[in-house]
Design a protein around this ligand. Structure first.
Ligand SMILES: [Fe+2]
Length: 428
């Protein structure tokens, strides 16, 4: 679209051209065009050229005027967009919740965002050019020792360091990235400052909490070990009390335990089963605490009433340990340690695999120790006799698989002298 100026120039050109033709028509009538394009005097020909040039020139001038206006309009629009973009960029730059600074190679601040102005309470304009970054940022009169710019070697990737701001006492992380020109030379640096005081404080608290938690776990572990040790000591003390009921059963609980756990290991039972058997063996005769001493120590054969009282000790033992929740898993073993494989035992007359496996093991170990020990009514029968009795009664009184396992243990023990070692002295 043409501008008013360009139309005006064109009209001037046509007006001059028209005025001249009117003037020429007044003198030459119908021969005006012939006269215009023919050569007469030099002055007249020059006038014709000027008039023609005025017409052509007005068009060219109008075109140039019009084009220049378009160019100015376009340039004006670009400047406006550029200014808008700069405003948007500055708003973005200032809204970043971190400090962003551009410095030259000598640490002079070229530009910084609002964050730094807020931090230093200085106007952004005052920060530019007249201040060194280390003065404003670190509050020092020279670059910090750990500042990457202070290092002699050049660096090409972002480097970071931490420092404590003297004014606020806050800890900052500063990452510095070099900016290059087309020749690859460093021209400036971009610094990004992040206040890490809060996150570092949380990190410290988390570490302290973690340490406190682990210390608590250690204390719990120690307490658990202490309790376990007390528990173990109480079990052994209890087994000693049981055995102390009669001089004839001294050491019986511990030695029965040694035999029983040796059988369990031979049968490749797991650690949990062996531990259960160990404690059950230590306490298996706890029910005898309620039995009269004169019956336990009687050198003669027991009458039927006395025998009945003795036969009650598995039930009494179960009853005595029932209130202790932590020993509940031992009760079926203690109750059944006098059951026999063929169902002729007591108190329930259980048969075969109805008898808990650990009770069957305990029965073999208990019977063996009883046979090799002195009793008020007889002396020790000896190992060989006891083992032959176990074998003779396998499948009747005892589980044959367990008797076989015990035989292996005893044979290995007697051959290499490294297996079972009875604690108390006895005549075998
Ligand atoms: Fe018993």
């Amino acid at each position: 679209m043409r501008s008013i100026h360009s139309i005006f120039v064109i009209l001037i050109g046509w007006l001059l051209f028209g005025a001249y033709f009117y003037y020429a028509y007044s003198f030459h009538g119908d021969n005006t065009l012939d006269h215009f394009f023919s050569f007469h005097s030099p002055a007249e020909s020059l006038l014709n050229v000027v008039i023609l040039s005025a017409l052509v020139g007005s068009h060219i001038t109008a075109y140039l005027i019009n084009d220049r206006k378009k160019l100015l309009k376009k340039t004006g629009l670009s400047q406006s967009q550029l200014a808008q973009a700069a405003q948007e960029w500055k708003a973005t730059f200032d809204s970043i919740p971190y400090g962003v600074i551009l410095t030259d190679k000598d640490c002079n601040i070229i530009r910084s965002n609002k964050y730094l102005a807020d931090k230093t309470a200085l106007p952004s304009d005052d920060l530019s050019n007249t201040n060194k970054c280390y003065e404003v940022v670190c509050g020092k009169d020279k670059p910090d020792d750990c500042c990457p710019i202070n290092k002699s070697e050049a660096f090409h990737k972002t480097r970071a360091h931490e420092f404590i701001d003297k004014a606020s006492g806050k800890r900052f992380s500063e990452s510095i990235t070099p900016v290059y020109n087309d020749s690859g030379a460093v021209t400036s640096y971009v610094h990004v400052l992040i206040d890490i005081s809060e996150s570092r404080e949380k990190e410290t608290k988390l570490t302290e909490s973690k340490d406190a938690f682990f210390n608590m776990l250690k204390d719990l572990d120690t307490a658990f070990r202490d309790l376990k040790s007390i528990h173990e000591d109480l079990i052994v003390a209890l087994s000693n009390i049981i055995d102390a009921k009669s001089p004839w059963t001294c050491g019986h609980s511990i030695e029965t335990t040694n035999y029983a756990t040796a059988i369990a290991r031979e049968m490749q039972m797991d650690h949990h089963e062996i531990e259960t058997l160990r404690v059950a063996a230590l306490l298996h005769d706890i029910g005898k605490i309620g039995t009269f001493d004169h019956i336990l120590n009687k050198p003669d054969k027991l009458n039927s009433h006395e025998a009945d009282l003795i036969r009650q000790h598995p039930l009494k033992g179960e009853e005595m340990l029932t209130p202790i929740n932590g020993l509940g898993h031992l009760l079926p073993i203690i109750r059944a340690h006098h059951e026999k494989y063929d169902g002729s035992g007591y108190p329930d007359g259980l048969k075969g695999e109805d008898i808990p496996i650990l009770a069957r093991v305990l029965c073999v170990a208990d019977s063996f120790d009883a046979m090799v020990s002195d009793r008020p009514y007889r002396s020790s029968r000896g190992k060989e006799y006891a083992l032959s009795e176990l074998r003779r009664c396998a499948a009747t009184h005892f589980d044959p698989i367990i008797v076989n396992a015990f035989s292996q243990v005893l044979e290995r023990s007697s051959s290499n002298d490294s297996g079972l070692m009875p604690i108390r002295n006895r005549q075998n």
